[in-house]
Design a protein around this ligand. Structure first.
Ligand code: AMP
Ligand code: ZN
Length: 665
């Protein structure tokens, strides 16, 4: 096989595996095998840039950065939908439809996915463009971001028309959404409210490799175009599936409105088991010829109708408003309710978010309130039933002092939340920080759980994470439910944590905005804590992927004397505050500030070569530009790479020369 044939066959094969995995949910190959083949394809493509294809499966990881999204006028306008809420609404609609069209009318029923709408344009089976709905007439070109979503086919299969648009919804399934929130929680950041907003926010991220990390899905429902040779909506859904698109199987043909209602009633219950959110059903006249006859109002098609599920709502009494203090000192007001059944669970509490929200609702203790469980994870208070307000009710006054430590609260300009600034003396902040320190992704301390931390703080045995290392078995034994064995486990677990790597320790320190990834970056760049402490804000910003906000937060953290003392103590206990000698032995900053492109076939694997570059402080890039310092050229490097290297005056290195370069230091 020639290289070209090999590339084409790998692309086709990987595309088919992607389709099985992301569209059909039935994997046909192990992740390991898949990655191996993808690496193989990457290597071949790098060696043969002349066979480049922007729709290759290797382009799924993103990397393109868009500063300003181009505005694109939709060739076919993207309409909204009219809403209905009852059987009567639907029957009225049917009457209107039947007045306008002749013959039998039947309907396709589909779920109404709650996400961000998208229009994809395909030409000759290739994804050409992806545009957001915008105002319906024009939207933003978000192709670079959409390409990272694995259920969007970059190339079609089967008997597709030469040119068409297909529309659908980008959704974020619950488990992906929850995982993203867990990570935010660990960082002490405010949680995302619902999957829909997060999905549409994702489309507008500037860095497509960030989008690639989000488990978004693209569900499709409408094909538009000219001369498509399709008669009905239900047929078009099947065709879309045949061409490689993800079209949910729920869609069903209904002969009349009674059958439509059957569908609605079924899904009103069953939707709670779907992996993503739906907020209703969309009913469409099935015949496309009939659709054409019906046409559009100024806002929506006359041939379609959305039926909105009722968000389940109940009313109950607000007993009391309390205030919670988070690990970072953020205050969250909480509505404590008379317990009530709602959508299958007992609801006792609801978040009130912040002071503005309380003011907006004019909510008061003793009020009868309406609670709804819609798209949000936490039940929401919609309104107060003013007719039932007790005559002696008093206006809610937001607290001005921390409920836990009585420190005066602050609210910075632009912040929705109040904060307790007493981070060193406020019990929930103290407990929260230690809980974060011992958590799995940080110091991962065995034998010590969140509850025990709270108990240890309450008993005055610890006030910060360094204190953990002074704990003794005899101190612990008098505590409630603490047997000899568990006390020993705890002390041993704490000791064992001195083996945890520097990057995890850095994450565990609980510096605001320093999550796992940022901690890794900082650890790798600075190698030890003293270098990070010494870094100025400007120096930090100069580090790849470290922004102003993070830099400011790091500097502020180490400007506090207490934090420096904590670090000194951790050091004295043997906690890893630098990259281990072994790791360091393989690392240097010889290549600091230099960007490499690797092309061709080498003695060592391309991955090992890339790792060597990165371990020595260099950066690897996939394409040659004016920013490239060196091109490491292997066997079988493509001619166009060479030409580009010449054009940008990039120095060529052989594998041997490169190895000499790092060995010389
Ligand atoms: P609305 O935004 O409430 O006017 O509803 C219209 C939107 O519903 C459309 O722009 C689509 O993004 C979305 N939608 C979700 N599922 C479907 C579906 N199965 N068919 C048509 N539109 C849908
Ligand atoms: Zn406080």
């Amino acid at each position: 096989m020639t290289a070209e044939e090999q590339i084409l066959s790998l692309r086709t094969e990987l595309q088919a595996h992607n389709h099985s995995y992301y569209v059909l949910d039935t994997p046909t190959i192990s992740d390991f095998e898949f990655d191996k083949k993808l690496e193989q394809l990457k290597a071949l493509e790098a060696a043969h840039p002349e066979f480049d294809d922007e729709n290759s499966p290797t382009r799924r990881v993103g990397g393109g950065v868009t500063k300003n999204f181009n505005t694109i006028v939709h060739e076919h306008r993207m309409y909204s939908l009219d809403n209905s809420y009852s059987k009567e609404d639907l029957e009225d609609w049917e009457t209107r439809v039947k007045k306008q069209v002749d013959g039998e009318v039947n309907y396709t029923c589909e779920l109404k996915y709650d996400g961000a709408s998208i229009s994809l344009t395909y030409e000759n089976g290739k994804l050409l463009r992806a545009v957001t709905r915008g105002d319906g007439l024009q939207g933003d070109d978000v192709t670079t971001n959409i390409k990272t979503i694995k259920s969007v086919p970059l190339k079609l299969t089967g008997d597709y028309p030469p040119k068409f648009d297909i529309r659908g919804e980008i959704v974020l399934p619950w488990d992906g959404f929850n995982a993203m929130n867990e990570e935010r929680e660990a960082l002490g950041l405010e949680l995302y409210r619902n999957p829909r907003n997060t999905a549409s926010g994702s489309l507008k991220l500037q860095d497509s490799s960030e989008v690639a990390k989000r488990p978004l899905q693209c569900l499709l429902y409408t094909i538009t175009g000219n001369n498509l040779d399709i008669e009905t909506q239900i047929e078009s859904l099947q065709k879309a599936r045949d061409w490689g698109f993800r079209v949910p199987e729920a869609a069903k043909l209904a002969k009349n409105i009674d059958e439509v209602l059957e569908f609605i009633n079924y899904w009103d219950v069953a939707r709670h088991d779907l992996p993503y959110e739906t907020d209703g059903v969309v009913v469409k006249v099935n015949g496309l010829q009939q659709q054409e006859e019906l046409g559009y109002t100024a806002k929506a098609p006359r041939w379609a109708m959305a039926y909105k599920f009722k968000a389940e709502q109940v009313s109950t009494r607000l007993r009391e408003i309390t205030y919670q203090v988070g690990r970072t000192g953020a205050i969250t007001p909480v509505a404590n309710l008379e317990p009530i059944e709602l959508a299958g669970t007992t609801v006792k509490r609801a978040s009130l978010h912040n002071a503005d929200q309380i003011e907006k609702l004019d909510i008061r203790e003793g009020d009868e309130v309406f609670v709804e469980k819609g798209g949000e994870i936490i039940p929401k208070i919609i309104a107060v039933d003013l007719t039932k307000r007790p005559i002696d009710s008093v206006l809610t006054k937001y607290i001005s002092e921390c409920p836990e430590c009585a420190t005066e609260l602050v609210r910075k300009e632009g912040d929705a939340k109040h904060y307790c600034p007493n981070d060193m003396g406020c019990p929930p902040q103290i407990v929260g920080r230690i809980q974060h320190y011992i958590s799995r992704k940080a110091l991962d301390i065995d034998g010590l759980g969140g509850e025990t931390v709270a108990l240890l703080v309450k008993e005055g045995l610890i006030t910060n994470y360094a204190d953990l290392y002074d704990l003794t078995v005899s101190q612990l034994l008098p505590l409630e439910r603490m047997a000899q064995k568990s006390a020993e486990n705890l002390v041993n677990g704490v000791q064992a944590s001195t083996q945890i790597t520097f990057e995890k320790v850095l994450f565990g320190l609980g510096i605001r905005y320093v999550g796992e990834t940022v901690a890794k970056k900082l650890a790798k760049h600075y190698k030890n804590i003293d270098a990070i402490i010494a870094a100025t804000q400007e120096e930090l910003v100069a580090v790849d992927e470290i922004g102003e906000k993070i830099a400011e937060s790091v500097v502020a953290f180490f400007a506090q004397e207490q934090h420096l003392l904590l670090i000194e103590r951790l050091k004295s206990y043997g906690v890893q505050l630098e990259i281990s000698a072994e790791k360091l032995a393989n690392q240097s900053d010889t290549l600091q500030g230099k960007t490499f492109v690797v092309s061709g076939v080498f003695g060592m694997s391309r991955n090992d070569l890339k790792k060597l570059i990165e371990d020595n402080g260099g950066k690897v890039s996939s394409s040659i530009s004016s920013k490239t310092s060196f091109l490491i050229a292997g066997d079988k490097m493509g001619p166009s790479k060479l030409e580009k290297a010449k054009k940008f005056e990039v120095t060529l290195l052989s594998e041997t020369k490169f190895l000499e370069m790092i060995a010389n230091e």
